[in-house]
Design a protein around this ligand. Structure first.
Ligand code: FES
Length: 109
């Protein structure tokens, strides 16, 4: 089965520490830049379903703006009791300076 990657925005639009929400096939996804590494995770905190957009990104973690639970941007794993349900993560690639995200491709470990 071939997986479809959707172009979301140019790399230049997402400097380190920035994140932007995007909708792909009904998935609400947050694409971000953690110190030069791009990531894509569900844009809903698993604690109380609040958007993660705007959360501070530092040391490979994004902090939920609502109660501050931190999630690993690569694995989706949360920290602490309130973060026990991991975020879904999405496969991401960069091609010709464009960030591309797939909702059906397996996420590289
Ligand atoms: S809703 Fe994200 S930490 Fe509570």
């Amino acid at each position: 089965m071939s997986h479809s990657f959707h172009t979301v925005f140019p790399v230049a639009d997402l400097p380190p520490g920035a994140s932007k929400a995007v909708q792909i096939d009904g998935h609400n996804i947050l694409v971000g830049n953690s110190a030069g590494e791009f990531f894509a995770v569900q844009n809903r905190c698993t604690h109380q379903d609040s958007p993660l957009e705007g959360g501070r990104i530092r040391n490979g973690l994004i902090a939920c703006p609502l109660h501050g639970v931190m999630f690993d941007v690569k694995t989706g794993c949360g920290r602490g009791q309130m973060g026990r349900v991991p975020l879904r993560t999405y496969a991401l690639q960069v091609s010709d300076g464009q960030i591309q995200v797939s909702v059906d491709a397996p996420v590289a470990a």
